[in-house]
Design a protein. Structure first.
Lengths: 139, 305
């Protein structure tokens, strides 16, 4: 299968196979006007299988959201057909408005304007807790 | 400017400092009687709590300060839909420090993030209640003369009791503290408390449902109420409720210098007959709570260093 290379835009590479749709939704890529290619189960010598997302525009990305879903992703910035920057993502220590607190006793349940902030409290087990009520995320 | 939202924000040194200041207040009350003259404490209580609110207000009056009070959500602008953030910003123009109780977890944190004055969490739902833990710590220190090298029994509802989790968290940081976690199976300490606090800090603990069998080991017994609504069926509740009521009979094998604590209010989990026992400390604990709140107000207002 052949997907055209992009001239100016972003490539999200090394996505764990099967996680590209989650990243697609979380980044709101469905609302973009430009071409977006979501390629699943691409052969990878390092990972066996991987997913790739190609975005044919230079848009701001929520790196924390990507890091939350899949901290192994690499981001390639393409300008004039050339790779100009490569970013490695890591697990974020804080994420804002990426996941939402479902605890009905949390202050965020009644105050709609508050940002939903989650903090990484256990790196080993990738546990995020709500900053306000400390409820563990269940998304 | 600093606030107190969660007991874990305080280092052992800071807790020890608060205890030291509290003991000086007990020894020299006159020295502190004008220290907050001209300062105002706003007690914003969006859910009912006579005890904690009066404790804060008495603390401020004993420091020579004044109090502005909201004692229910219905009588405040929250009833008109004002956000916690806006309330905190507004009150910052009226008072020097806020004590806030709110039914929603995290509300005092939101207040602290928006106020320009210190905010003390006076209880946010079932989440945090740091000044209760400070009261418990001062009680233990005054009664035992130390905060390390002791065995603490926690009895009753260890699953939902926020005071229990905070006390475990605070006391786990002292040397050679061992816990007896005494509760029915239905109300055991949650696994995250054991994993994130006890095991992480290599704290020794015994989990048991037998109060009588473990009481002889204890230096401190912290009682909490076993509430009927926590059980799935009434049969279990009726079977277990009396096991966790402290009576003179159950104290027969206890150490003569045991200290019995309870965050209050008590319903029936400590027999009234025990009130006159010199080991009963739960009413002294109320007094220590007020003193510790005085100490905290002084520190947060930077009246004392």
């Amino acid at each position: 299968m052949k997907i055209d290379s992009i001239k100016n835009g972003i490539v999200l590479d090394h996505i764990t196979a099967g996680k590209s749709m989650e990243i697609y939704r979380l980044l709101g890529l469905d609302s973009l006007e430009c071409s977006v290619a979501l390629i699943k189960n691409v052969h990878s010598s390092k990972m066996g299988k991987k997913d790739i997302i190609k975005i044919d525009a230079d848009i701001p990305l929520n790196l924390d959201a990507i890091g939350y879903v899949d901290p192994g992703v690499t981001i390639d910035i393409i300008r004039d057909g050339q790779l100009v920057e490569k970013k490695n993502i890591s697990l974020p220590t804080t994420i804002t408005n990426v996941i939402f607190c479902k605890n009905p006793r949390c202050i965020t349940s009644t105050e709609q304007e508050l940002p939903h902030v989650f903090r990484l409290t256990d790196v080993g087990n990738k546990v995020f807790r709500c900053m306000y009520c400390e409820t563990k995320e269940t998304n | 400017m600093r606030s107190l939202i969660d007991i874990q924000e305080l280092s052992v040194e800071e807790i020890n400092d608060l205890v030291k200041c509290a003991e000086d207040i007990i020894a020299n009350p006159a020295k502190y009687s004008e220290m907050c003259k001209g300062k105002k404490l706003a007690t914003l209580f969006f859910e009912p709590s006579t005890r904690t609110r009066l404790s804060f207000e008495a603390a401020m009056y004993e420091l020579g300060g004044n109090v502005l009070s909201v004692s229910s959500a219905a009588s405040s602008s929250a009833a008109k839909g004002e956000s916690v953030a806006d309330t905190a910003k507004t009150i910052s123009s009226y008072a020097d420090i806020i004590a806030m109780r709110h039914p929603k977890e995290g509300a005092p944190l939101v207040a602290a993030m928006n106020a320009t004055i210190p905010v003390i969490n006076a209880g946010d739902g079932g989440h945090n209640h740091p000044t209760q833990t400070l009261a418990d710590i001062l009680t233990i220190h005054c009664e035992k003369g130390r905060l390390d090298n002791m065995t603490i029994g926690l009895c009753g509802d260890l699953k939902f009791g926020r005071t229990v989790h905070s006390l475990i968290s605070a006391m786990s940081r002292y040397e050679n503290v061992k816990f007896y976690l005494i509760s029915p199976d239905e109300l055991k300490v949650p696994s995250y408390v054991k994993k994130d606090i006890l095991k992480k800090n290599n704290v020794e603990y015994v989990q048991t449902s037998d109060l009588e069998g473990s009481i002889s080991e204890l230096d401190v017994l912290y009682m909490t109420r076993v509430q009927k609504e926590r059980f799935f069926n009434e049969e279990d509740y009726l079977r277990l409720k009396d096991s966790y009521i402290l009576t003179p009979d159950k104290l027969k094998t206890a150490k003569p210098d045991l200290s019995i604590l309870h965050p209050l209010p008590r319903v029936n989990e400590i027999a009234v007959a025990i009130d006159d026992d010199p080991r009963a400390c739960y009413f002294k604990q109320v007094y220590y709570g007020k003193i510790m709140r005085m100490s905290l107000i002084l520190k947060l207002l930077e009246v004392v260093k």
